[in-house]
Design a binder for this molecule. Structure first.
Ligand code: F0G
Length: 467
């Protein structure tokens, strides 16, 4: 009997999208053409695309048929009320504002509540969230729990450091902190889950000081599944009950439905405060759309309503989280050091550890990401010194990120166990020759979000020897 892979896919495939593995020579030529920036590779030139789990999922037959139910009325569309009902049911919030993706929810919300010089603590901001706080003149503060930095395989490494939150509020005063955020799951620390106990504690601290407590809930269902699996007292509750309890501790939430909405586009803001909802609605009408469509078509809204029902199903989540865990296990067997425990949506390989002969200013994460494409047509993203580092404009010197990671994000319901085994085989072949891999040097870069447009060159053999 073969060893159990992971809970098998709780679906069968009704519609397929061909993917092609180009020849090694073609892939080499493509890398040269895009100046070693994988963001610039055309999707049709990729075999397995693990760049992001955002908006890349496959829809179910129910979602495809919901599409035909889309009511495209400008105001008061039937689709909106269907969507509102399920969002209200899960979040328990009174006012639901649809938006076309997560960062618009961030823009509308932070424009309304953040004043110049304010602080917004978060377990860890996702980059657009932090950027939207900064865009309104605020300071985005990350307060991950100390365990997040450890190698130990312990659950709930996505938690917030509540002791630091308490002292931060006392230091800066509650007047300078309009809101505290909890990102569930915590994408930037590896898709790690947040425990119900931590949510409750952070909520109590905020409310004691009269500060609003909000979720960035893009992956709330995956988080609820981890609570059921790993937090005592929740084993007999349904995912929906757990999600409802999570939301009961917050005053509102911002959602990118491109993740746990199981949709390709969409999002929402959910709040209880009438005055806040009114102010945000006014802004929304100016920049996003009438409040019963918020930048989405009626059919988009229908697919999210259907997706939110499906994402709460336990067999789906067991398969989803199990598949990511399985990818982590077989990558480790192929020699890749990974961040553990594995999170809900992605595996993070520690390329700094994997390629110790490549210094951070030659971007080991980038080397591995390029190599995964060169060897197997796999696209991933570097989350290291290219994305989160920078350079001193005066000296031109490189500023390193704390870790050199490569993220393999798994789109929902798209790839089978066999695709993932292919990824591990490619990794295995890279491991066999990893000591010969070389770093990169930047030939062109922008000052902001440089990873999207950066151009690089592989270090020459002679240059490596000099180092
Ligand atoms: N919050 C979190 C936790 C996210 O992961 C993302 C997007 C957003 C907000 C923004 O949502 O893309 O709909 O505007 N994360 C994607 C990723 C892009 O690849 O992790 P959006």
């Amino acid at each position: 009997m073969l060893e159990e892979r992971h809970p098998s896919e709780p679906f069968r495939i009704k519609s397929v999208e061909p993917i092609v593995l180009l020849s090694r020579a073609q892939r080499e030529e493509i890398l040269h053409r895009v100046k070693y920036n994988v963001f610039k590779i055309k999707a049709e030139e990729i075999y397995i695309d693990l760049l992001t789990d955002s908006g890349t999922g496959a829809m179910s037959k129910d979602q495809w048929s919901a599409l035909m139910q889309g009511d495209e009325s400008y105001a008061g569309a039937r689709s909106f009320y269907r969507f509102e009902k399920i969002v209200k049911d899960i979040t328990g919030k009174k006012y639901i504002l649809p938006v076309h993706q997560g960062r618009v929810a961030e823009n509308v919300f932070f424009s309304t509540v953040v004043n110049k010089g304010d602080y917004v603590p978060n377990n860890t901001h996702f980059d657009t969230t932090g950027a939207n706080v900064a865009h309104k003149g605020g300071f985005a503060i990350n307060l991950p729990c100390p365990e997040a930095a450890l190698d130990d395989e312990i659950p709930f490494k996505g938690n917030m450091d509540t002791r630091k939150l308490e002292s931060f509020i006392e230091e800066k005063t509650p007047e300078k902190i309009p809101v505290v955020f909890m990102t569930v799951t915590n994408n930037s620390t590896g898709g790690q889950a947040v425990a119900m106990a931590n949510i409750k504690e952070a909520s109590e601290i905020c409310h004691k000081h009269g500060i609003m407590f909000f979720f960035d809930c893009a992956r709330f269902a995956e988080n609820a599944y981890f609570i059921k699996k790993d937090e005592p007292g929740f084993e007999n509750k349904t995912i929906k009950e757990i999600a409802q309890e999570m939301f009961s501790y917050c005053d509102g939430a911002l959602m990118s439905a491109k993740k746990d909405g199981l949709a390709n586009m969409g999002g929402f803001i959910a709040v209880n405060d009438e005055e806040l909802a009114r102010k945000m609605t006014e802004l929304m009408i100016v920049i996003e759309g009438f409040p019963t469509y918020g930048g989405m078509s009626g059919r988009d809204i229908e697919t999210i309503a259907a997706g939110l029902n499906e994402v709460l199903k336990e067999d789906y989540l067991a398969y989803r989280v199990g598949q990511v865990e399985y990818l982590g296990k077989i990558l480790e067997e192929a020699g890749a050091p990974i961040i553990k425990p594995t999170g809900g949506h992605a595996i993070f390989i520690d390329a700094g550890k994997y390629l110790p002969h490549i210094p951070s200013d030659q971007f080991p994460g980038h080397t591995l990401s390029v190599e995964l494409y060169r060897e197997g047509g796999i696209r991933t993203s570097e989350i290291g010194s290219i994305m989160f580092g920078g350079y001193d404009p005066n000296t031109g010197e490189n500023i390193s990120a704390p870790k050199e990671l490569v993220r393999l994000a798994v789109p929902r319901r798209v790839y089978t166990g066999s695709h993932l085994e292919y990824v591990a085989r490619v990794m295995d072949r890279i491991t066999a020759r990893k000591d010969s891999l070389r770093g990169y040097k930047i030939t062109r870069q922008a000052t902001l979000l440089r990873h999207f447009t950066i151009e690089l060159e592989e270090m020459a053999k002679e240059e490596v020897k000099v180092k």
